[in-house]
Design a protein around this ligand. Sequence first.
Ligand code: NAP
Length: 320
Amino acid sequence: MKAIRVSEYGGPAVLKLEEIPAPQPAQGQVLVRNHAVGINPVDTYLRSNTDNRGPKLPYTPGSDAAGVVEAVGAGVGSVKPGDRVYIGGSVSGAYAELSLCTEAQVHPLPGNASFGQGAGMNVPYATAYHALIHRGHGAEGETLFVHGASGGVGIAAVQIARARGMTVIGTAGTPRGRQLVLEQGAHHVLDHGAPNYLKELTDLTGGTGPDIILEMLANVNLQNDLGVIAMRGRIVVIGNRGTVEINARFAMNKDAAILGMALFHASPAQLAGIHAALVEGLRNGTLRPVIAEEIPLAQAPRAHEAVMAAGHHGKIVLVP
Ligand code: NAP
């Protein structure tokens, strides 16, 4: 089968298309033929070995894809060959024609969702759900500020929060991104590049500030978040690309909580609950991943450049 392989850490050019043996499912495993593969920023951090967290070389990147079950190993009861599925992690990697998964990594893809949308589910939607519900304890009637709402996680957060009955305010850096954020259900949208957008945020909340902030770029925004968060508010740090100096007195003055989160810390029970909710959201139409661009598998380096560029308006997917 064709797969993208990484044999040395580095820039996008280390992503090479190779022919490798197709994996076979052992007991409790599922082999999925991928029709679309989701690209996430974390794939680029692992490729360049940021924070020394790169996988053992050589490896096939990616954790997100959607396709059709090709074969199952002994003891697998939840899916059968021919079923449409999306995957949340795999044993063998996702940037490939086939992915070998454990049974728990495979989730049903309802007929109303495309394979591209299925490929946009795992990291973005599971992260948004874990951050908003498990970490932030977002509740109906509260106001959520999605600081960076035009990307994969941000759009997911907007849709999940709207379905939960929250008031949602999002940001994006371009007119196209802001239009998309509104279309996905945000009540209001702001420009995180504009000089006075945080004043507009405070005004939109009647002066109290948002109850929860989901933060996509904490190294830029954390101090400002502490300035605008409501009394007893929660700031959930999802994304961070550097260091930041904060005045902790701002947190004291608001009884505010700064909560870190990483999806890979979610327990198996939490992940099972998250995906049960996500599958139902796909089925009932409240969750609708937005695909910005489909790129052939062989052009994975271009996909890695695109996912790190500014001006987001949805997910980038690879097509094997
Ligand atoms: P993405 O699709 O690349 O989107 C990035 C988002 O950040 C866009 O909405 C972008 O808006 C926005 N942004 C750019 N400049 C900003 C600023 N100054 N203030 C606020 N937002 C800004 O990425 P993603 O997949 O949504 O992931 C977002 C971040 O979370 C990434 O850093 C990713 O690594 C991280 N993440 C963490 C976890 C975890 O487990 N903790 C899981 C998934 C992702 P414009 O392009 O419109 O400017």
